[in-house]
Design a protein around this ligand. Structure first.
Ligand SMILES: Nc1ccn([C@@H]2O[C@@H]3COP(=O)(O)O[C@H]3[C@H]2O)c(=O)n1
Ligand SMILES: [Zn+2]
Ligand SMILES: [Zn+2]
Length: 242
């Protein structure tokens, strides 16, 4: 399995695109989240939107879903098909009613399923997306009152999406669930109200740090090179074999 971050920035980053991840497994291309900058990020990588086999949405913030209108319209009007959209069942209604309907509603386009081939996921279930790619959604804490999900890919890769620090979850995933790679968001400075701070991740055992790569970071990330313990930064555009 290959992972390529088409963007590694946090919601306000300007040096980096939105933190969205391209997973490739035996030719199957899954994009995790489709933020405001995803259309441009894909374009700059020379990846056509129509090459994606599916998109999976973790939660409703703009840096994770803000590009879906363009994606849906390009696929409908340029490529004549509804793209596959995986998301937690609890997100389907708010994604249409509170985010996409304003821009996308028109004759023949009145609901999410008119624009996307919607595949609902339930937290805790393992869903086979492709012959050698399965995903499990985990409900994790991010913003009070807003549902947000992290992912386990192929039972051994944890992808945090946006979440506050959860020491017990990370420890259990490594010790009991056999997770061997962790891709984790990081807030480099300030208290962790809705994100996980670098200091919190540095408090993890070295064995867990050693399998952790950092993403969803601020523009001043370079100042923290060499100050992340056993953890390393994911670089935007680089392809990682995992
Ligand atoms: N209670 C909140 C809610 C939101 N935010 C900021 O808004 C951003 C939305 O995208 P994000 O990537 O989840 O990061 C959030 C915070 O920067 C925040 O800082 N505090
Ligand atoms: Zn975010
Ligand atoms: Zn968020």
């Amino acid at each position: 399995m290959n992972l390529q971050m088409i963007g590694t920035g946090n919601a306000f980053a300007k040096k980096y695109f939105n933190n969205n991840a391209l997973i490739e497994q035996d030719g199957f291309k899954l994009l995790i989240d489709f933020g405001i900058t995803a259309p441009l990020a894909l374009y700059e990588l020379g990846i056509g939107m129509e090459e994606l086999d599916a998109v999976l949405v973790t939660h409703m913030h703009g840096d994770h879903v803000g590009g879906l209108e363009e994606y849906g319209f390009q696929m409908k009007f340029k490529h004549g098909r509804r793209p596959v959209l995986y998301l937690a069942d609890a997100l389907a209604e708010p994604l249409w009613e509170n985010t996409l309907s304003g821009g996308m509603t028109q004759d023949g386009l009145e609901r999410l399923e008119d624009a996307f081939d919607v595949r609902l996921l339930r937290a805790g279930d393992v869903q086979q997306l492709a012959p050698n790619l399965c995903v499990e959604l985990l409900r994790t804490r991010h913003i009070r009152g807003k549902k947000s999900y992290s992912l386990i890919l192929n039972r051994d890769v944890f992808y945090s999406a946006d979440m506050v620090f959860d020491r017990e979850l990370l420890t259990t995933l490594v010790r009991d669930r056999g997770v061997r790679r962790i891709f984790h968001e990081v807030q480099l400075e300030g208290p962790g109200a809705v994100h996980t701070t670098l200091d919190e991740l540095l408090s993890l055992p070295e064995e867990i740090q050693a399998m952790t790569m950092l993403m969803h970071y601020a523009d001043n990330k370079d100042r923290f090179e060499g100050r992340t313990g056993r953890m390393t930064f994911l670089e935007q555009g680089s392809v990682y074999s995992i």
